[in-house]
Ligand binder design. Structure first.
Ligand SMILES: [Zn+2]
Length: 74
């Protein structure tokens, strides 16, 4: 477990490796967008919750399931 900033960098690399894009919204918050373009998630760089990045990854995996399920119906 590294510092918050290091964990943030790791999660951005993890997202990009899964074909998500990470940019900043108008208020400067990092924002992840899924490969299908229908899901997005604002990311905190220095969350107070120590489990934040772990929970974020779980949420991202759930979104990826939705990406695939929606794609299969179309
Ligand atoms: Zn999606």
């Amino acid at each position: 477990m590294g510092s918050g900033k290091q964990q943030y960098r790791e999660v951005v690399a993890w997202l990009r490796a899964r074909s998500w894009t990470v940019d900043e919204d108008r208020t400067g918050y990092p924002r992840a967008r899924c490969p299908c373009g229908r899901h997005q998630k604002t990311i905190h760089r220095t969350p107070s919750n120590p489990l934040y990045f772990q929970q974020l990854k779980n949420r991202i995996r759930m979104m990826e399931r939705e990406c695939r399920e929606k794609g299969e119906r179309e």
